[in-house]
Design a protein around this ligand. Structure first.
Ligand code: 6PG
Length: 243
C-alpha cells in the first residue's frame, strides 16, 4: 500500500454521501475535460448517494459531461433486483437529465466470458490511457465484510496482477457470477473514493488502516492508485475501530 490514503469521517451515512456528492460536483465543475468518467460501486451503500445526487444536485452537476461506468456488476439482467445498474437507474439516472449514451452499463445478461471482452472493448474505445491501462477520473468503491471490493473477493487477489481490463469472478458464498474491473484498472484511476458505512465494516477498516498482517488477505488492502488520490469516506461506526 503506497499511496497515503486520506480518511474523512462523518457522523452519519447521509453526511458521508453528501460529502461525496459535493466532491463530485466540485470535481466536475473544476475539470476542463470535455468528459469525466466515473466508475460506480454496487451493493447497497451507494443508494443514499444516488438519492442525494438526484434530490440536491440534479441542477448543478453538468451531467452531459459525465459518463458513468460500473466497477463491477452482477451477472443478471438490468431489471433484476440484484442489478447494480438497476439501483443507480432507479434512484439517480431515472430522475435526472443525462444522455443515455453516457451510461455504460455492464451487460449482466450476457455470458460472463463474452461480456468481459465486450465491456473491455467499450472502455478501451472511450477512455484515455496512462501507461498500459485506461484511466477513470473517479472510481467509487465499497467494502464487503470479507474485505472484498468491486467484485474482487479474498480468494481472487490474483486479479490485482491480471493484465486484462475486466475479469469474471464469483461470489464465494452465493456463487453468483460477477464482472469486475481488475486491480490494474482500479489502481490506474486518478481518484479512488471508498464509500463505507456501518459497524459491520469496522473490523476490516481497522485491519487495513492499522496495516495489520490480516489486511494482506483483503482485496481492498491492495487498492492503491499509482498516480492518483485515495480517499476513504467513512461514517463513525465504520471508523470506530481505527486506532
Ligand atoms: C457489489 C459491490 C461490492 C459492494 C460491497 C459492499 O456489487 O456487491 O460492488 O463490492 O461494494 O459488497 O456492499 P454494501 O454496500 O451492500 O455493504
Amino acid at each position: 500500500m503506497t499511496t497515503m490514503p486520506e480518511v474523512k469521517i462523518f457522523s452519519k451515512p447521509k453526511k458521508v454521501c453528501k460529502a461525496v456528492a459535493r466532491e463530485i460536483l466540485k470535481l466536475t465543475q473544476e475539470s476542463h475535460q470535455n468528459r469525466f468518467d466515473v466508475a460506480l460501486s454496487g451493493g447497497s451503500t451507494p443508494k443514499k448517494l444516488f438519492k442525494i445526487l438526484a434530490a440536491e444536485f440534479s441542477e448543478e452537476i453538468p451531467w452531459e459531461r459525465l459518463h458513468f461506468w460500473w466497477g463491477d456488476e452482477r451477472c443478471v439482467p438490468p431489471d433484476n433486483e440484484n442489478s447494480n445498474f438497476k439501483l443507480a437507474n432507479d434512484f439517480l439516472f431515472s430522475k435526472i437529465q443525462i444522455p443515455e449514451e453516457n451510461l455504460h452499463r455492464v451487460k449482466g445478461e450476457n455470458k460472463p466470458e463474452e461480456e468481459v471482452f465486450r465491456y473491455a472493448d467499450e472502455i478501451e474505445e472511450s477512455l484515455n490511457y496512462r501507461g498500459d491501462a485506461p484511466v477513470f477520473d473517479l472510481v467509487i468503491l465499497g467494502l464487503g465484510e470479507d474485505g472484498h471490493t468491486a467484485s474482487i473477493f479474498p480468494d481472487q487477489i490474483e486479479l490485482f496482477e491480471d493484465e486484462n481490463i475486466c475479469a469474471a469472478s464469483q461470489h464465494p458464498i452465493t456463487g453468483q457470477n460477477r464482472i469486475t474491473l481488475t486491480g490494474k484498472v482500479l489502481n490506474n484511476a486518478s481518484r479512488v473514493f471508498f464509500l463505507v458505512t456501518g459497524a459491520n465494516k469496522a473490523l476490516r477498516i481497522s485491519e487495513i488502516m492499522n496495516d495489520d498482517e490480516a489486511a494482506k488477505l483483503l482485496p481492498a488492502y491492495y487498492i492503491s492508485p499509482k498516480n492518483g488520490e485515495l480517499i476513504w469516506y467513512l461514517d463513525e461506526e465504520a471508523a470506530s475501530r481505527i486506532s
